[in-house]
Design a protein around this ligand. Structure first.
Ligand SMILES: NC(=O)c1ccc[n+]([C@@H]2O[C@H](COP(=O)([O-])OP(=O)(O)OC[C@H]3O[C@@H](n4cnc5c(N)ncnc54)[C@H](O)[C@@H]3O)[C@@H](O)[C@H]2O)c1
Ligand SMILES: O=C(O)C(=O)C[C@@H](O)[C@H](O)[C@H](O)COP(=O)(O)O
Ligand SMILES: [Zn+2]
Length: 364
C-alpha cells in the first residue's frame, strides 16, 4: 500500500501531510509534536466510539502526558457558537495552557471548529488535523481555513490558522457512509475542474473504483487533491487572489446549505450541485462549451451527487450569496471556468445569474 508525505510550503508555518493506511496507530508520527497535555476533539457518536481510543493510545505512546476528549454533537448544524464554547469550557476545566496540543479527529466540521478553537484559545495553541472523511482528507484538513457558521452565511466567523501536521489514515474511510464518500468526491472533482484536466480524466474514468473504495486509488486521489490545494494555498494563504479558485461551486453551494438549514444538504452535495450551476452559468457566458458543461455535470452525477438546485427561490439565493466572503463592495464575485482546468473570479450579470438559477429549477 502506497504511503505519501507532502509538504505545505508556508515558510516558517510549513507542515507535512502524511497519507497512508493505519496511520492512527503510528505513534512515531506524533512523537515530535506531543509531550504534555493533549485535547482530542471528536464527535460523541460515530468517530469518537470508532477511533478515539486508537488515537489516544498512539498519542500516549508518543509521549503525551495526558489525553482528554472533548466530545461534540455530530452535524453541520452544530458548527456554531454554543458548541465552540463547549470546547473552550473543556480546555479551561482541564487546565490547558499554551503548550496544550489540540487534535481534531473527524470530518471537516470537527476540523474547522477545532482549528478555530486552537487559533483563539490563549491566542493560539498547536493544532493537529486527523481527518477521517474523504472530504476532510482531500480538502478541509489542508490550508488553514477554520471557523463556524452563522445562520446568514457559511463559515462567517473564523480565522486562518495552520495545523502543525495532518495525519490522514485512509483506512478510516472503510466505515464512512456512502453519502459522505460522495461528498468527498465533490471536492475532488472541483480540484480537477479548476486546475488539472488530467486529474479530472482520472477521476472520471475511475469513478466505479472510487465508489468501491479501492484503497490504492483513494490514497492517490487524496495525495493529488492535497498537492493541488497545497500549491494554491502556498501561493496565497489568506485568499488575497488565486486561492479563491478553491471556492468553485461554493458561492451557490453555501447558499444552498444556509438556505436549506445547515445539515439538510451536506457540504459536498451543495458543492457538487453548485459546480453544475456555475458551469451552466459559464456556458451561458461563453466560457465553457456545451460539451464541457455537460461533461462536468455527468461526473457529478456519476459521483452520486445532486445536480438540481433546491427550490429556495431566486431572490433567496441572491440574498444569501450577497453575504459571500468573496463579495466586493456589494458585487458578488463568482469562480468561473475559462475552459475545464482553468479558473478565475469575476462578477457576472445579475439577470443572467437569476435566469440560470430559475431555468435550472431553483424556484422563482
Ligand atoms: N476548512 C476548509 O478548507 C474546508 C474545506 C471543505 C469543507 N469544509 C467544511 O467541512 C465541513 C464538511 O466536512 P465533512 O464532509 O467531513 O462533514 P462532517 O465533519 O460533518 O462529517 C460527515 C459525517 O461523517 C461522520 N464520519 C466522519 N468520519 C467518519 C468515519 N471514518 N466513519 C464513519 N463516519 C464518519 C461524521 O461523524 C459526520 O456524521 C463543512 O462544514 C465545510 O464547510 C472546510
Ligand atoms: O480552502 C479554501 O480556500 C476553500 O475554499 C476550500 C473549500 O472547499 C471550503 O469549503 C472552504 O471552507 C470554503 O471557504 P469559505 O471562505 O468560502 O468559507
Ligand atoms: Zn468546500
Amino acid at each position: 500500500m502506497s504511503r505519501y508525505t507532502l509538504e505545505v510550503d508556508l515558510g516558517d508555518r510549513s507542515y507535512p501531510i502524511h497519507i497512508g493506511e493505519g496511520l492512527l496507530s503510528q505513534a512515531d508520527l506524533f512523537k515530535p509534536h506531543v509531550a504534555g497535555k493533549v485535547a482530542m476533539i471528536c464527535t460523541n457518536t460515530t468517530v469518537g466510539p470508532l477511533y478515539a481510543d486508537r488515537l489516544k493510545t498512539s498519542l500516549l505512546d508518543a509521549g503525551a502526558k495526558s489525553v482528554f476528549t472533548v466530545s461534540l454533537p455530530d452535524g453541520e448544524e452544530y458548527k456554531d457558537w454554543p458548541n465552540l464554547q463547549l470546547v473552550f469550557d473543556a480546555l479551561l476545566q482541564n487546565h490547558c495552557d499554551r503548550k496544550t496540543v489540540l487534535v481534531a479527529l473527524g470530518g471537516g466540521v470537527v476540523g474547522d471548529m477545532g482549528g478555530f478553537a486552537a487559533s483563539a484559545f490563549m491566542r493560539g495553541i498547536p493544532f493537529i488535523q486527523v481527518p477521517t472523511t474523504l472530504l476532510s482528507q482531500v480538502d478541509s484538513s489542508v490550508g488553514g481555513k477554520t471557523g463556524i457558521n452563522h445562520p446568514l452565511g457559511k463559515n462567517m466567523i473564523g480565522a486562518f490558522y495552520q495545523p502543525e501536521m495532518v495525519v490522514t489514515d485512509i483506512s478510516t474511510l472503510n466505515t464512512l457512509p456512502d453519502r459522505e464518500l460522495s461528498c468527498g468526491l465533490a471536492e475532488i472533482i472541483k480540484h480537477g475542474a479548476i486546475a488539472d484536466t488530467a486529474y479530472l480524466d482520472l477521476v472520471e474514468q475511475n469513478m466505479p473504483a472510487l465508489l468501491r473504495r479501492d484503497p490504492e486509488l483513494l490514497a492517490l486521489v487524496v495525495k493529488r487533491s492535497c498537492e493541488i490545494k497545497a500549491d494554491v494555498v502556498s501561493k496565497d494563504e489568506r485568499e488575497g487572489g488565486i486561492r479563491a479558485i478553491l471556492n468553485f461551486g461554493h458561492t451557490f453551494g453555501h447558499a444552498i446549505e444556509a438556505g436549506m438549514g445547515y445539515g439538510q444538504w451536506y457540504h459536498g452535495e451543495a458543492v457538487g450541485c453548485g459546480m453544475v450551476v456555475a458551469a451552466e452559468l459559464c456556458r451561458r457566458m461563453g466560457r465553457l462549451s456545451a460539451e464541457e458543461a455537460a461533461r462536468l455535470k455527468k461526473v457529478v452525477v456519476d459521483a452520486r451527487l445532486p445536480v438540481i438546485p433546491p427550490v429556495l427561490g431566486v431572490d433567496k439565493y441572491m440574498a444569501l450569496m450577497a453575504h459571500d466572503k468573496k463579495a466586493d463592495s456589494g458585487s458578488i464575485k463568482y469562480v468561473l471556468l475559462n475552459g475545464l482546468g482553468r479558473a478565475s473570479t469575476s462578477p457576472a450579470d445579475e439577470a443572467l445569474v437569476r435566469q440560470t438559477l430559475l431555468e435550472m429549477g431553483a424556484g422563482d
